[in-house]
Each structure stands twice: as C-alpha cells, then as structure tokens.
Design a protein around this ligand. Structure first.
Ligand code: HEC
Length: 707
C-alpha cells in the first residue's frame, strides 16, 4: 500500500521556522553608557596617546531602504564609541590605532521603530551591544607628521558584529590639530556577512545588502579628555500642536480596540513596540501611519477573495484614514502623554487553563542539528472521557521553537508510544517526518488510533473551539508532541514548552468531535537562473535530504506526485519572475462542518489558496493569502456553516518566490522536506463531525480551532 505509506508520512510532515517575532520579552531598555575599549600606552619618547571623546565622535550607518513601497536612504548614528591611538612623531609609521569599540545598541535614526527592529532582530544589539574593530595594519602613514595636514591612510582589520568577525578595510583621513586628532573613516560592508540581512519584512520594508559605515572620531590627548559616561540620551517627545486631528477622539479608540492587547508590556508585539501610554503612540506616530496604511498591522494576511471569516483583524478605511491623518500632522497629543492606553475586552476570550501539560523535561536542543525534531509523550491521565473546548500552546524558548504538532494517541495505542519513547536514549525521541509510533497514521484523523489534533506555528492564536464542538479525549489517551527546534541561531537554552487545555464539565457526547485533516501539494522550486551548484540537481538535493533526515527525507517530495498526479518536470519550473507554482486536488477525508482552515509554507512562500470544489458552480475559496507571511500563520474560521461531504474536492495551491531564498544558503533545488530551508505546501482543515447528541451546531462564534 504505497499510497497509505506516503500519506502516513505526509500527514505528519513538519512545519517550519520563525523570525524572531513572537518573543515574550520586556521592551528594549537601552543602556547609554559609553563603551570601554582596551587602553594603549605611549611608550617611546616621541609618542603621544590620544583617546576618542564620545561626546565629539560618532559612528553611523547608511543603507537603502524601501519602506511601504517608497525607497529612500536610512541613517542611524551612535555616539557610544571608544578607543585609543598612539601617534609616534619620531617614527610616524609606528603610529597605531587600538581596538575601537562601538555601542550599536545606541544607534538612533529618525524612526524609533527602525531602531527597535535593529536592536531586536537584525543586529540583535540588545544581546550583542558592542561591535569591535581590531586594526591589523595601517598603510599610507607619512614619514613626517605636520599639524593641520590631512593624511589619507588605509586601515585594515577585523570587524566583529554580533558573533561574526570578518575582515574590513577603512579608507581614512587623519588630521592632527592643535587640540585633537580627527579621524574620518568609511567602509562598505554587507549585511549578509554578519547574518543581519538583507532585510525583508514582507509587506513593510526591504533593504539592500550593502551598508556604508562612517566613523567620525575626535581624539584629544588622553590626559586632557574627560571621557563622558553617557553617550547620548533618548529623544525627547516633541510636544506637537494641539490643532491637528484629535488623538483621544480618533486614534486612541482604534489603538485600544485593535492594537493594545498585542502591544502591552509582555504581549507578543511588545518587543518591537510597547504601547502603554499615549506618549508611546506619539513617539512612533509616523510608523503607525505606515504600518496601518500598508496593511502590515493588525496582522491579517487573508484577502477578501475567500469566504467571509470570523473576527477579521483588519481596520476599516476610516480608521486607517484617522491614524494616517494624525501621523501626518506629526502625532499631536490632546491628552497628557502619560494617559494610559487600555485594551478593550477581547472579542474572543482566552481559554481557561484547566489542565496544563508540560514537556516532561527542559529539552536541550542539539546545536549540531540546525533542525532538531524531537517527540515527547504528554500524559493527560484521563480516566473518564472528556471534551477539550479550547487550548493554548505556549512555546517556552520562542526563538527556537519553530513548530509543535500535537497528536492524540488513543488508549489502545498508548503502549506503542511508551515503547517508542523507551527505545531512544535521552529525553523523548528523534522524529523527522512523523512521530514514528506504529505505522498506521491516517489523514482522516482518528483512524488507527493516532491523529493530529492541534498545533502551533508562529502567529498562532489561543483557540476556543466553536460552541458545541470539542476535541475528544478517552480513557488512557496520550498526546505525543513533535517539536521542531531550529537551532541555527546562537545560544540554545533548554526548552520546556507546554499546552494548556480548557475542559468541558459535561459529557463529550454533547460535543461534535473536531478532527484535523491535512491537505498537501508538492513543492518543486529549482535554482534560479543566476544560481549554480551541485545541489541544483534535484536528485542530488534529494540525496542530501536523505543524509540529513534519514531514509524518510526524500519520501514526501516524491510521494506527493503520486497522490496529486503531478511530476517534478511539470512543476519544477520558474516563470519570468522566478516564481514556482504547485497545486493538488484531494477528495474530502472527513465529512462535517468546516470549523477552520490554515495554510503553511516556509521562508520563500509567496501565496496560498484553498478552494472547495474548484471549477464547479459550488466553488468556494476557503482561504486566499495573496502575500504569504511566515510570522502570521493564523487559523481562519468561516462565518458560514460550510458542510463538506465525501466526493467534494479540496484544491490546495501554493507559489514560492525563489528570490526570497536566503543568499547565505548553498544554492539547492528546493523540495518538500522538514528543514526550515526546505519548503512545504501544507494545510489543515478542522472539521466538526456530527457526532454529538445535540444535533447540528447552532451558533457561530468563538475562535477557530488550531491546525
Ligand atoms: C495579534 C497581535 C497584534 C495585533 C492585533 C497588532 N500587532 Fe503590531 N505587532 C505584533 C507583532 C508580533 C509585531 C512584531 C512583528 C514582526 O516582528 O514582524 C508587531 C509589530 C508592530 C509594529 C512594528 C513594525 C516594525 O517592524 O517596525 C508596529 C508599529 C505595530 N505592530 C503597530 C500595530 C498597530 C498600530 C496595531 C493596531 C492597528 C497593531 N500593531 C496590532 C502583533 C500585533
């Protein structure tokens, strides 16, 4: 039964990787102290020691940026710089620059949001506040130094940013004046060298790879300089005019209704922008105009092409106009900046925490494997059947948790899961592809006793199931959770994620059982015209998957073509814009009412669509995502009760943009596989089977169930 085997693996294929977006951390507190650099000493008689004075010096970056469609140049500056220089009048060639230390956390531009981004994401400068330039040689020093004469020199050395060190050459002009040494130096480096770009935040901002660095340093004689302790302060809030659009009347209600719950201290959006007071909004007024107008916030990637969806996180045109008008007027406040912004009561309540299940251990993901797939048993210790009416998956170390897929193993198969756990040394077991408990996985959910029931991927919201529907748990049932850790970033703390369940008090017989089905399409994305390398060959790329993920590695990539009646030759082509496309039709697995749908791709996903009965008079687009955003993998619940039946067709369509592929990765033909660097065209549909004794579900409300 080739098909069954293929489906078995497909069903449980993993999800993906996350930008550093969903961290629950405190907002950025910038430390404005001047950094400390190693000190030099003037030893010989003709030598003089100079010391950089932060109060007169700066280091800045300049980069081309396309923000919400408009290209311009962005510049940021820090005054946090330190270093020593020895000038030798007797032997000018023996003059030298010591290590220069720059505080990059203090980089400030005309956009506070950009600065926060840089601190949190691109330079991670909250974690690595200091960049260091260690000179190795200086060319072009004169044979005699005349005060007031500028000398052109080249300084070669190593620049360390974050945890990456690479050689750079500075073109510098050095002038000694009566009171100080002036050094102006520039160089161009690539963001990609330091793993910091090029930056691409879909729908908001992109940058080039080249960044110009400029050092503007003034170094008085060391015994004459009083090194400042504080490099620069935070920008003061300009108290704007009061005759602009009213903040309290037009903007505050929009923020309280649509933004504040995610941007309060500790909530998922607070790391980039914390919204507690009116002043917090005024500080970034222009940024708020940009993100609302671009549709970047609130996050809601689904378009209007599909069926109407519940609780759309989308602003009305008048609301966008209000924010933009206020931002264009400079963000004036007609209230005290300390006025609190309080989120409205959520439309969808958070599920109660009636039962919390944690991973059995804090698992140390392996730094050797960038994609570490680990399965764990969670035992809810069910003695009487129970209905789960909502849940939250809580990733512990968000930076490395790239997905969690939660399977229910029924009581009859319980021992299989425990045996599998016992087979592997250490905590849990390695589980690329599927959870590897028995072989009888089945896309319809419960068949064979093992089925996907819940999941988490970046952007996933807490779930409260629609009224009258629930996940059913029986006596002895276990969960097996497949964790995908992506440890290719630095420092890998142990993770102990958890899931919190909301349990019904009455019998599960009163609830229609929710089953999660998966529907997939192949992924065939060849190398672009300007890429080459041995892995651009599909067979070689599949062989590499086998090496990374074992014999199951290439199975889905090939198996899906059998299921979908497609071929790699047919799909594995790029159009003029380097876009690859894929599509697959499936028969409906489970009959019932659709409660939610979700699409999933990885980093180079471009668009996603799921259609019911395509090309027929009953055609319904269930979900259309024209611009895929990895950070926002939401579950979408149709407003209408849509019944599906055996014989109905589900079409899944994906497209990928080859140009989005990370340039630091080796060129490779991309197929369906487990790694973040691989791709998927994956979807889930949650269906309420009409199992309850209450008749068909009546109301439409609440949050979508998870995928
Ligand atoms: C569902 C939660 C959620 C809601 C609702 C939400 N945000 Fe966000 N917001 C986030 C997250 C998470 C980020 C960080 C995203 C990222 O890293 O791409 C973010 C980022 C931002 C940023 C920073 C953009 C940048 O990169 O510079 C701004 C500004 C912002 N949101 C404004 C808003 C506004 C205004 C609203 C309401 C109209 C809103 N948000 C609603 C979660 C949310």
């Amino acid at each position: 039964m080739v098909m069954t085997a293929v489906f078995g693996v497909i069903l449980v294929a993993g999800l993906a990787w996350v930008l550093n977006a969903n961290l629950r951390v405190a907002p950025v507190e910038v430390n404005y102290a001047v950094p400390v650099a190693p000190q030099l000493a003037a030893t010989g008689s003709g030598q003089t020691l100079y010391r950089i004075d932060a109060s007169q010096s700066s280091v800045s970056y300049t980069i081309d940026e396309t923000l919400a469609g408009a290209t311009r140049t962005a510049t940021g500056t820090t005054h946090g710089v330190a270093g020593d220089i020895v000038v030798d009048d007797a032997d000018p060639a023996a003059s030298h620059l010591g290590e220069v230390v720059v505080n990059v956390e203090q980089l400030t531009s005309d956009q506070e949001l950009r600065d926060n981004r840089i601190r949190n994401d691109f330079l991670q400068s909250s974690r690595y506040p200091e960049a260091r330039f260690s000179p190795t040689s200086t060319d072009g020093l004169p044979s005699q130094i005349t005060d007031g004469t500028p000398y052109d020199v080249t300084i070669t050395g190593d620049l360390t940013v974050r945890d990456v060190t690479a050689p750079v050459t500075l073109d510098a002009t050095v002038t000694r004046n009566a009171d100080a040494l002036d050094i102006d130096a520039t160089t161009t480096v690539k963001l990609s060298t330091y793993g910091a770009g090029p930056i691409s935040i879909i729908g908001l901002v992109t940058t080039g790879d080249d960044v110009q660095l400029a050092f503007d340093l003034v170094a008085p004689e060391a015994d004459q300089v009083n090194i400042a302790e504080v490099a620069s302060g935070e920008t003061e809030l300009a108290t704007g005019p009061t005759d602009g659009p009213s903040f309290s009347q037009t903007v505050q209600p929009v923020l309280e209704r649509n933004c504040a719950s995610c941007h309060q201290t500790g909530a998922i959006g607070s790391q980039i922008w914390t919204l507690e007071t009116a002043g917090d909004a005024a500080h970034v007024a222009d940024g708020l105009g940009i993100v609302t107008q671009a549709g970047y916030m609130p996050p809601w990637p689904a378009s209007d092409l599909g069926v109407e969806l519940q609780h759309p996180m989308r602003l009305a045109d008048e609301e966008i106009d209000a924010v933009v008008a206020w931002a264009s007027a400079g963000g004036p406040l007609d209230v005290d900046p300390a006025t609190e912004i309080v989120p409205d009561e959520p439309v969808v309540p958070e599920p109660r925490n009636d039962l919390e299940l944690k991973l059995p251990v804090a698992y140390q993901a392996s730094p050797e494997k960038p994609n570490d797939y680990r399965c764990f048993v969670l035992d809810p210790k069910i003695t009487d059947p129970v209905a789960v009416t909502g849940y939250v998956f809580d990733p512990d170390v968000d930076e490395i948790v790239h997905h969690a897929l939660i399977y229910r193993v029924t009581g009859e198969r319980r021992q299989d899961a425990l045996d599998r756990d016992a087979m592997d040394p250490g905590d849990g077991w390695e589980c690329f592809g599927d959870i590897d408990v028995g072989r009888s996985l089945d896309p319809s959910g419960r068949g064979g006793g093992i089925g996907l029931v819940a999941g988490w991927a970046p952007g996933q919201q807490p779930a409260v199931y629609q009224e009258g529907t629930a996940m059913h748990l029986g006596e002895g049932d276990l969960f097996v959770v497949q964790m995908h850790y992506n440890t290719r970033r630095d420092g890998v703390p142990p993770d102990q994620s958890s899931i919190k369940l909301q349990l019904a008090e009455d019998s599960p017989d009163n609830y229609d059982e929710i089953v999660v089905n998966t529907y997939l399409a192949p992924a065939e994305i060849p190398c672009g015209p300007d890429e080459e390398g041995p892995l651009c060959d599909r067979d070689a790329a599949l062989e590499e998957l086998g090496r990374l993920y074992g014999p199951k590695g290439p199975v889905i990539a090939n198996g899906l073509h059998m299921v979908c009646g497609t071929s790699p030759d047919e799909l594995g082509v790029l159009d003029d814009e380097n876009i690859a496309r894929s599509s697959c039709d499936h028969n409906v697995y489970t009959e019932g009412t659709i409660t939610s749908v979700l699409g999933h791709m990885h980093e180079i996903g471009q668009s996603f669509r799921m259609t019911l009965n395509p090309g027929t008079p009953e055609e319904r687009i269930l979900l259309d995502i024209p611009e895929w955003d990895f950070n926002w993998q939401l579950n979408y619940a149709p407003v209408e009760q849509i019944e599906i039946h055996k014989g109905d067709t589900i079409r899944v369509e994906c497209s990928w943009d080859r140009d989005l592929r990370n340039r630091n990765l080796p060129a490779a033909y991309c197929t369906w596989a487990e790694g973040t660097e691989d791709e998927m065209c994956f979807s889930t549909m949650s269906v309420a089977k009409h199992t309850s004794n209450q008749g068909p579900p009546q109301t439409v409300s609440q949050n979508p169930p998870p995928g």
